[in-house]
Write a protein that binds this ligand. Structure first.
Ligand code: NAG
Ligand code: NAG
Ligand code: NAG
Ligand code: NAG
Length: 583
């Protein structure tokens, strides 16, 4: 199966393992300005070099005190749980990070000073309680994002994990979802969060949370899991008389990722495993990639769906969902919707009639409290997944990261998908408008760790053209491309269909769009079709090339077809051409 020499033998990957044998990274943060990768682990914070993760790292020991560990054991917890697992790591300002750890079931936060000289110090006087900012249990799901000095976080705030909340914390205030309101959150599992502007008015910025939760239909009967996108206004200060310190703008709706079945019954991928928000030049319109799995006990499958902000906004601007009683069906709310529209922000764009959410009429607050769910779900681009894995016994898919790559025939999204066996799949998907079909092209299977472990984190640095990949055993860095692996022939390079690579007349090398290096000579690349015959036509193909050997194989002895393909694509396409191309 492995077509390529091992990545580590090619110096394409480097692994940081710390003291070993298990690093157990909990969270990672990319800092391109300081050229560091910060890793929150068990009792330790690391600062790694982006150039070479296993060279000249710095570390901060941040273990729980002996008395904290004793308290934890007294509460009946096991020894491995009674440690400081660093779960939250965010850039606080230009000089400091905010770090929060479970602190042996007694969460704590601190500021970490970072600088260009590789500075990496915990400021002892900044250590404070992390309650509401970090879970107690390191297995508890958490998502956080920090924007303009404010921490947005989805977590279980209490020891017993009864109280799930979406919160915002700053010096002055603590704003959150309602306690014990199953309509707002029902056994959620937090996956991701991001701040996205709606327009040029920063008062209209929205914070989006991605999570799964249980349906509340017919109380307790339907316990199905659904994926949700929820949002609040970043400037939401809560209400004055009611919803004090509670969101006055929280709404949510369902994210759909499904395929139509032959009998008209759709297969739904309801469980969000990971989400990646691909930023754009237009910061109002990032693309959202969700990696989903099925919740079925009989059928295990995975899918990637892509969502556009237009569709997300349309769902939140659409009808509210309504039902008379928990056992009734959801219907679109047909009554009068109060003004200002529930879920909208106090901003100039919305008329500037309200200087803050505390001025919103009670009627608006009551409505948003009783109707937090939108009637329309968000459907994916092309109304179906761009990638599917449904073969039984296939590997589990755990993480996703995406790079946007400019190729000669357009731009491509290169998907990096982490598996449970230390592999990162590098895939492009090509939509054919004429046939309304999507082609998946597996470019490379990158085995980043020598031993099979689930990938728990993938961070992409476009600036450095590297992936940073976490698993229980360490943090690996992998170059996004290695074009020379596809060989030096035009045909090999073309068949690989890797948008990072093109044939330059001598070898397969990194492709740069016209204008980046003006004096580049003609480059040959055909990502969309990988049509080597057309692209490399007229070029001298020597007797050893893959293309020529096929001809003999078909004529005489199929075993002669056993030539070594240079890329994963060459193997597939070789057969097609042998069948259909007369030489
Ligand atoms: C990888 O790096 C080592 C040490 O720097 C070097 O000896 C070796 O030749 C390199 N291998 C490749 C394939 O470049
Ligand atoms: C960043 O935050 C820290 C901790 O609150 C503070 O001491 C420091 O002055 C801030 N730095 C800047 C540049 O604002
Ligand atoms: C938050 O509080 C810290 C210490 O109490 C202070 O240094 C900092 O300036 C405050 N930040 C804001 C945004 O008020
Ligand atoms: C076909 O190839 C195999 C393996 O190289 C060889 O053993 C066999 O003799 C070949 N058959 C013919 C008819 O050439």
């Amino acid at each position: 199966q492995t077509l390529h020499p091992k990545l580590w033998e090619l110096n394409r990957t480097w692994v940081f393992q710390g003291p070993g044998p298990s690093l157990q990274p909990q969270t990672m943060l990319l800092d391109e300005a300081h050229e560091r990768l910060y890793v929150g682990a068990k009792n330790i914070l690391y600062s790694l070099s982006l150039e070479r993760v296993n060279h000249q790292h710095r570390e901060i020991d941040w273990a729980s005190s002996v008395s904290q560990v004793e308290d934890c054991l007294m509460k009946g917890r096991e020894k491995p749980e009674c440690a400081n697992y660093i779960k939250v790591l965010q850039r606080y300002n230009t000089t400091h990070l905010l770090a929060c750890g479970t602190g042996a079931f007694n969460p704590h936060c601190a500021k970490i000073r970072v600088g260009h000289t590789g500075q990496f110090e915990l400021e002892e006087q900044s250590v404070e309680s992390g309650r509401g900012r970090c879970p107690y249990d390191h297995n508890s799901p958490v998502t956080s994002t920090l924007d303009r000095g404010e921490l947005y976080i989805g977590l279980y705030t209490d020891y017993w994990e009864n109280d799930a909340a979406l919160c915002r914390l700053n010096n002055q205030s603590y704003t959150r979802t309602e306690r014990d309101d199953r309509q707002q959150l029902n056994e959620p599992k937090f996956i991701g969060s991001v701040v996205i502007p709606d327009n040029n008015d920063r008062d209209d910025d929205k914070v989006y949370f991605f999570f799964t939760e249980r349906g509340t239909d017919a109380e307790g009967v339907n316990k199905a899991v659904y994926t949700r996108v929820g949002r609040v206004c970043a400037n939401d200060q809560g209400g004055q008389r009611m919803l004090v310190n509670r969101w006055s703008s929280f709404l949510k709706t369902r994210l759909i990722c499904s395929v139509a079945g032959p009998n008209g019954i759709d297969t739904h991928f309801d469980k969000l495993e990971d989400v990646f928000v691909l930023k754009n030049k237009d910061e109002k319109n990032p693309e959202i990639f969700g990696l989903f799995s099925t919740t079925s006990a009989v059928f295990q499958g995975y899918a990637v769906c892509v969502y556009h902000m237009d569709d997300v906004r349309a769902a939140f601007n659409g009808q509210f969902a309504h039902r008379e009683r928990p056992e009734h069906h959801w219907t679109p709310y047909e009554g009068r919707v109060p003004y200002p529209r529930p879920g909208s922000c106090a901003s100039e764009v919305n008329g500037g009639g309200f200087s803050g959410s505390k001025e919103f009429p009670d009627e608006v607050l009551r409505f948003v409290r009783s109707h937090p769910v939108m009637f329309s779900p968000v459907l994916p681009l092309h109304r179906r997944p761009v990638l599917l894995q449904t073969e039984p016994g296939g590997r589990r898919l755990t993480q996703i990261a995406v790079d946007r790559v400019q190729a000669q025939d357009g731009h491509y999204h290169v998907l990096y998908i982490g598996t449970d066996d230390s592999v990162v799949l590098k895939v492009i998907t090509i939509y054919n408008k004429d046939t309304d079909t999507i082609e998946e092209v597996l470019l490379e299977e990158l085995q980043v760790f020598k031993v099979p472990f689930p990938i728990t984190e993938i961070i992409i640095s476009a600036k450095r053209q590297q992936l940073y990949v976490g698993s229980e055993v360490g943090v690996a860095q992998v170059r996004l491309h290695q074009c020379d692996l596809y060989g030096s022939e035009c045909a090999d390079c073309c068949l690989a269909r890797d948008p990072y690579c093109a044939w330059d007349g001598i070898t397969c090398s990194r492709y740069y769009p016209a204008g980046v290096y003006t004096k580049r000579r003609f480059r040959r690349q055909d990502v969309r079709h990988g049509n080597a015959v057309q692209l490399c036509n007229g070029l001298q193909i020597d007797g050893q090339s893959v293309l020529e050997r096929q001809v003999y194989g078909v004529e005489r002895n199929s075993t002669l077809l056993e030539c070594t393909p240079r890329s994963l694509q060459a193997r597939v396409i070789r057969w097609n051409m042998a069948m259909s191309t007369p030489y």
